[in-house]
Design a protein around this ligand. Structure first.
Ligand code: ATP
Ligand code: MG
Length: 400
């Protein structure tokens, strides 16, 4: 029976002095994910280069979905742990191979021996274990190059781990190891992917959404919360800031030139997002912008929008093909929600001929017609904060 899952991490192993913090964060995230998903507090041990999740009679499969949603894991394997007595290792290897077999097959044995005090070298151990398998199981053929099953033995300092199956993890860095940022979350396909990519680099993400209720429906808001929930599957929880944007859009529509609406709207979004980011100790704004995709995403538009920011605006999808973004959205399970047909605040007020090359001075001239400071302060003050969890938990709402 499997008694452990061996968890490997790749990139964080390279982080030198910071490695300990990264590792602590990864272990914390694995524990939190399992606690939220399964209501189990797992026992986790670590040894140079490896993390071990102890199974307490549970089947390893129970934990796969949780592990598949934690950034920082490179791969994992359900394993049998034994002491370092040769007879114990042989017996566990036999059990493991028998369990993995599905009729006659070819196999090989691979040994890793970080514990150089173990008296048998890796090549000798490979031969010895392979011979023991062939002697005790019929229908087996050893083949180093063409094999159906790779029987792996890791001889570590106080124990050996034996396994045949490895599953890929998400890679990346553990969420929380790279600081905090806000993501401008629309109801579209790109911004959840941008948020996910930020999380993949270890950023704790909070979402900021601008809604224009009643021009946009209650359903459009629910859609964004559902997207945040799906993103929270990868980080346990996502705080969503719901910003009332109706009044600002009405004022823009009333006072500003029609073809300047989009850059002005975006520039105000950035100012509000920055104010929220400051309150929440965030150091960057992530967006789903993609160069050349729509009028607001030309180099000139991006320049005009950036001009009001004092915080970095990071755009993980900037050079990606739409197909690539869609594929990622499908993989992370936000696509089906993103394509639900509810309108976004930008589509409601979209001008007939948006300026594709807005100038900063022209934006400033139009903005001078608005009482910007009061509008922004009002929107920030009336922002609603909602915490979304990856698993069913009552969501918590509070005014900012
Ligand atoms: P997306 O698929 O993410 O909506 P898009 O291709 O539709 O992107 P735009 O509508 O121009 O592009 O939006 C560009 C970016 O601006 C979005 O990716 C998002 O980060 C931000 N954004 C747009 N609308 C909103 C909104 N209502 N609330 C929060 N952020 C928004
Ligand atoms: Mg959009």
């Amino acid at each position: 029976m499997y008694d452990h899952i061996v968890i490997r991490y790749a990139e964080i192993a390279l982080k030198g002095k910071n490695q300990k913090d990264f590792l602590n964060r990864l272990i914390h995230n694995i524990k939190e994910q399992i606690k939220t998903d399964l209501d189990i507090t797992p026992v986790i041990e670590r040894e140079m280069g490896r993390i071990y999740l102890k199974l307490d009679g549970q089947s390893p499969e129970l934990f796969f979905d949780s592990l598949n949603h934690v950034f920082g894991i490179s791969s994992y394997s359900p394993a049998r742990k034994t002491g370092l007595e040769l007879e114990d290792i042989k017996a566990a290897a036999l059990d493991e191979l028998r369990a993995a077999m599905n009729g006659p097959c070819r196999f090989r044995v691979s040994v890793k021996r970080p514990n150089k005090q173990f008296p048998i070298t890796s090549p000798d151990m490979q031969q010895l274990i392979a011979a023991h398998m062939l002697k005790n199981i019929s229908g087996l053929k050893a083949d180093l190059h063409q094999y159906d099953i790779d029987l792996l033995l890791e001889i570590r300092y106080d124990a050996a781990y034996i396994y045949t199956r490895s599953y890929p993890g998400l890679h990346g860095l553990p969420v929380g190891s790279s600081g905090r940022g806000v993501v401008l979350l629309s109801g579209g396909i790109d911004s959840p992917v941008a948020g996910w990519l930020a999380m993949k680099r270890g950023v704790t993400i909070e979402a900021v959404h601008f809604h224009s209720y009643p021009y946009t429906s209650e359903k459009a808001k629910e859609k964004v919360l559902e997207l945040a929930k799906r993103m929270a599957k990868y980080s346990n929880r996502v705080v969503v800031h719901m910003v009332p944007f109706t009044k600002i859009q009405e004022e823009i529509a009333h006072y500003c030139h029609d073809n300047m609406r989009i850059p002005i709207m975006r520039r105000i979004m950035v100012r509000i997002a920055e104010a929220i980011a400051r309150q929440r100790d965030c150091l960057a704004i992530f967006t789903g912008d993609n160069l050349g995709q729509v009028a607001s995403q030309t180099m000139e538009s991006i320049y005009a929008i950036n001009a009001v920011a004092s915080m970095p605006i990071l755009r993980p999808c900037i050079t990606m093909e739409k197909e690539e973004i869609i594929r990622l959205a499908q993989q992370i399970d936000t696509y089906e929600t993103s394509i639900l047909p509810y309108e976004d605040c930008c589509t409601v007020f979209v001008p007939k001929e948006p300026k594709t090359k807005p100038k900063v001075e022209a934006c400033e001239k139009e903005e001078a017609k608005l009482d910007l400071d009061a509008l922004i302060a009002d929107a920030v003050a009336n922002t609603e904060r909602i915490i979304m969890y990856g698993k069913e938990k009552p969501e918590r709402r509070s005014a900012q």
